[in-house]
Design a protein around this ligand. Structure first.
Ligand code: PRP
Length: 173
């Protein structure tokens, strides 16, 4: 079940996304970017973020997973890779949430091995206190407590991704 009022409302999320996009636009002024979304979780954040970035971009996606229901398996499975060549290009990796950091660490290493000109990371949510591996985060929407969050792309067993806001999920019973 989903408890109480939204943890982050549509309005909170939209306001913060515009700020992040402005920061990204300023940082990449005069450059072009390959923006890589990490699916499934980042699909909504990604599409809202890129529409406010005002430098030329190419979009691409990686589909990866490590969670089964609400626990990490500790193993990152890559289901689909980007099609863009990133060698010598500026890459921005977009994630919905960083928890243990295992997923991002794995994907980051993988992208770095392809020699991009630069690689930065943007995450909507940072659940800092759960971190197992340290991953540098360049743009963070919100630092969040250790609660199970769903909505706006985040799921429990593949449900609730379509909620336009973020809520706390509690297993009933
Ligand atoms: C979720 C989320 C992040 C990752 C974060 O993905 O989208 O990619 O877990 O957790 P971590 O920092 O502990 O690795 P998930 O494996 O649930 O796949 P999904 O994107 O399809 O929801």
């Amino acid at each position: 079940m989903i408890t109480g009022k939204p943890f982050l409302s549509e309005n909170n999320i939209n306001t913060r996304i515009r700020e992040l996009a402005e920061e990204i636009t300023n940082d990449y002024n005069g450059k072009s970017l390959v923006v890589v979304g990490l699916l499934k979780g980042a699909f909504m954040f990604f599409s809202d973020l890129v529409r406010h970035i005002q430098v030329p971009i190419t979009v691409d996606f990686i589909i990866a997973s490590s969670y089964v229901m609400s626990s990490t398996s500790g193993k990152v499975k890559v289901h689909a890779d980007i099609r863009e060549q990133v060698r010598g290009r500026h890459v921005l990796l977009v994630e919905d949430i960083v928890d243990t950091g295992l997923t991002l660490n794995h994907i980051r290493d993988n992208l770095l091995s392809r020699a991009p000109e630069s690689l930065k990371i943007c995450t909507l949510l940072d659940k800092k206190e759960r971190r197992v591996v340290n991953v540098p985060l360049d743009y963070v929407g919100f630092t969040v407590p250790n609660k199970f969050l769903v909505g706006y792309g985040l799921d429990y067993d593949n449900q609730f991704r379509n909620l336009p806001y973020i809520s706390v999920f509690k297993k009933s019973g």
